[in-house]
Design a protein around this ligand. Structure first.
Ligand code: ADP
Ligand code: ZN
Length: 753
């Protein structure tokens, strides 16, 4: 009998991701499981490649030409059955390769790569393993030969403590040499274990009972019933900004832990994790782990191991935390569920919503989507009874929502104000300064001047690799491509095509910061955008300082709009919203409505009432009017009617198939062929709903030197349709088209990639 492993290899493509069979050598037998990570000789040159084992079989008569596995990663690197089933799900649902899915569910630090040891290929851990030596007392200390004082001390210490790390013992004055000697005598035993890491040890444990308002209690009761049901359930907690959704989460988590189960809490941005961690850690203590991309690889690995060992009851994190190796999950919360950051924009292009649904189904748990402005699809599911709808109508403590007014920027321009900040906004800011109250300004664009335009030929200075304008960054004195990072220095004054004078127009956070400083001398301004928050924990430090009122004005991109809770903020200003309103993609109205509601909701959350000013050239626009009235219901009615009329989700699935390659014509032709193959395949299944649009160039027609086209499909995303797509991909591969254009498939796009 021979053991055969069926594996999927790293670096496959979606049109060609087959399982390969390998012979399991004797020394690896018993060390392999489905979900195991292995190293295999691959291709003609037998180059070592990482792979994941999907099946193990015993065969009495294996094919003779099978290759043999080279090595296997240790058991703790293996995908648990839960994670393996998520890998299957990702691959089936999002058209990624097996191994892309593996890399999505396992953090970088826990991954393996090919290495060499004693001239032979082996698996190598990506990180030096963050382990420490731990000592235990296992025998008595003999009196002959007479032990030294340090040896006695070590033994005494270990009589008082069950085990101690080398580091702890060294701090008491016991050296490694002493410990080695004691181990040699059989008095101590040493083992290696993963270091534990308490990332938030400074947060005090202050469990305080949370008293819910009557409305919050009613919401909580409904959700609790689902939590206790022992069935997979999903609900939308729709509550206006400041209604206290977090208080409801806290109660539900309490209940979940009391049931002996675990909770997973997702927030849309790294910037929001500290606030959530602080709150939960104060109430629930240390059994809390974190998973997000701002942790370094070691921190992230240690937190992951902690979850894997069952030492965390609560996990808080951003999108990828949905893959946390948490078992016995009772509750998953997606806070601010409308945020696009819950959709991955690289393979696997998954949505945390779908993965969460999959997990609650497997765990018979409760999934709570929470938002003041739910996605149209989520509200539709709630209204049509597919998930429970739970509503919080009032702000906590009966505080009024801020009043919202518009500043007409056309009038501002006519009155001769060339600046980005209107006279009205400046005077309101000045008033706040005088009263010692804080303000938040949202500007949805980073950098200084957006673009350089030639005053003669009208050409915009673009990135040579991407068809997007370069952005001027004043502090770094350079033009920068926000897509590929291409830099242009020194900053040119003349047009490279015609030699005309370049005008720098448009505006960004840095420019507005300067205008503010000039208009309000003495105002303490804090700018938050991608450029100012590059350092580790920058978000948290900045938010803390703003909360301590070390600043008067917080100016920033989207990251200042969401979820934050500062009591002294009474004025919110919104700049540059029109470009979002008139942006591409079927979700632009929803996104605009949501962003305005969110940022306006940052004001007037405590005693002081709030007000908001929105600068726009189209104050009469219905979406802005609805956002000003904070009338989600009316917005939803308009939006769902539009989605129905024009056939967009939830009335169909919307899928973008992207093509990219180095030759413009070839990419277009390949995209065209894909469309034809798909149409042929679909014609064999007459009742399959499908519309194919395109190919058309993507919004960014060239990226990193590659030309890009897309097909837009309106379809029903079910197993039959995905099978059809799979056949199409296979045929596309057989016709050798991937050499002309690689393909990516995205079901979460709102129009482009
Ligand atoms: P949301 O997430 O719905 O916008 P939050 O959960 O941030 O609202 O709550 C808004 C404010 O009201 C916070 O300052 C919070 O501390 C306070 N709050 C909400 N519910 C309660 C409660 N039950 N007891 C005390 N304070 C509460
Ligand atoms: Zn570029």
């Amino acid at each position: 009998m021979a053991t055969i492993a069926k594996v999927a290899v790293n670096d496959a493509t979606i049109h060609f991701d087959k399982l390969y069979s390998y012979l399991v050598p004797g020394e690896l037998a018993g060390r392999l499981w489905p979900g195991g990570i292995v190293l295999v000789p691959f291709g003609r040159g037998n180059r070592p490649r990482m792979a994941v084992v999907l099946e193990l079989t015993q065969e009495s008569d294996p094919p003779t030409r099978l290759k043999t596995l080279l090595d296997a990663a240790p058991e703790d690197a293996r995908l648990t059955p839960d994670l393996l089933s998520l890998v299957r799900f990702l691959r089936e649902r999002y058209f990624c390769t097996w191994y892309e899915a593996v890399k999505a569910v396992i953090p970088y630090g826990a991954q393996y790569c090919p290495g060499v040891e004693d001239g032979r290929p082996v698996v190598k851990s990506r990180l030096a393993r963050p382990t420490e030596r731990v000592y235990h007392l296992v025998g008595a200390l003999a009196e002959k030969p007479k032990p030294g004082p340090r040896q006695r001390m070590a033994v005494e210490l270990l009589q008082q403590n069950e085990s101690m790390t080398q580091h702890e013992l060294e701090q008491q004055g016991v050296s490694r040499t002493t410990l080695d000697a004691l181990c040699a005598k059989g008095v101590l035993r040493v083992s290696e274990r993963y270091k534990s890491l308490d990332l938030f040890s400074q947060i005090p444990y202050e469990p305080r009972p949370v008293e819910l308002s009557a409305e919050q209690q009613a919401a909580c009761d409904q959700l609790e019933a689902d939590l206790l049901s022992g069935e997979p359930r999903a609900a939308l907690l729709y509550g206006v900004t400041g209604s206290g959704k977090t208080s409801v989460f806290v109660k539900l988590i309490e209940k979940t832990l009391a049931m002996g189960r675990k909770a997973l809490v997702l927030v849309p941005e790294i910037g929001l994790t500290p606030q959530m961690i602080r709150r939960l850690k104060a109430l629930f203590g240390n059994r809390l782990a974190v998973q997000h991309s701002a942790l370094n690889n070691t921190e992230r690995l240690l937190q992951w191991r902690m979850i894997q060992r069952g030492e965390a009851d609560i996990v808080v994190g951003t999108r990828s935390a949905i893959f946390a190796p948490l078992s016995n999950i009772g509750l998953i919360i997606l806070d601010e569920e409308q945020e696009h950051t819950y959709q991955s924009e690289s393979a696997p292009r998954y949505s945390a919503h779908d993965v969460a649904k999959k997990r609650v189904a497997a765990e018979k748990a409760l999934l709570v989507f929470a938002s003041a402005t739910p996605r149209t699809e989520t509200m539709f599911a709630a209204r049509s009874g597919r998930i429970r709808l739970v509503t919080l109508r009032e702000r906590y403590g009966g505080r009024p929502l801020p009043t919202v007014e518009f500043v007409d920027m056309r009038a501002e321009l006519a009155a001769g104000n060339p600046r980005e900040l209107s006279a009205r906004l400046i005077s309101e800011l000045a008033e706040n300064l005088q009263r010692g109250e804080q303000s938040i300004l949202l500007l949805n664009r980073r950098g200084y001047n957006t673009v350089a335009i030639c005053s003669d030929c009208g050409e915009v200075l673009k990135c040579p690799n991407c068809s997007v304008p370069l952005v001027y960054h004043k502090n770094r004195q350079m033009l920068l491509c926000h897509h590929c990072g291409h830099q242009l220095q020194p900053v040119p004054g003349l047009c490279p095509s015609c030699g005309g004078k370049l005008l720098y127009s448009g505006f960004g956070t840095q420019r507005v910061e300067e205008e503010l400083a000039a208009a309000l001398p003495g105002a303490r301004i804090l700018r938050m955008d991608q450029d100012s928050t590059m350092q580790k924990n920058a978000h948290e430090r900045m938010f803390t300082r703003f909360a301590r009122q070390e600043y008067d004005i917080l100016l920033g991109t989207q990251m200042v709009a969401k979820g934050l809770d500062f009591e002294k903020v009474t004025l919110v200003g919104v700049l540059g919203i029109d470009s979002m309103l008139f942006g591409q993609g079927f979700r632009s109205y929803e996104n605009t409505f949501s962003l305005i509601t969110q940022v306006v909701g940052r004001g007037g959350r405590a005693e002081l009432p709030g007000r908001a000013l929105i600068q726009t050239a189209v104050p009469e626009h219905p979406v802005l009017q609805l956002a000003a009235g904070q009338d989600y219901e009316a917005f939803y009615q308009e939006e769902i009617a539009f989605r129905k009329l024009c056939l967009y989700p939830p009335y169909c699935a919307f899928c973008v198939v992207g093509f990219s390659g180095s030759q413009d014509g070839a990419v277009f032709a390949a995209a065209h062929r894909f469309g034809s193959i798909l149409a042929e395949q679909a014609a064999r299944q007459p009742r399959l709903p499908l519309r194919v649009l395109g190919p058309t160039p993507m919004n960014i027609a060239m990226l990193n030197g590659k030309y890009r086209y897309k097909l837009t499909l309106k379809c029903r995303n079910d197993a039959a349709f995905r099978a059809l797509m799979r056949q199409t991909l296979e045929e596309y591969g057989e016709q050798k088209l991937p050499a002309r254009a690689s393909v990516a498939i995205d079901f979460n796009s709102d129009g482009d990639m």
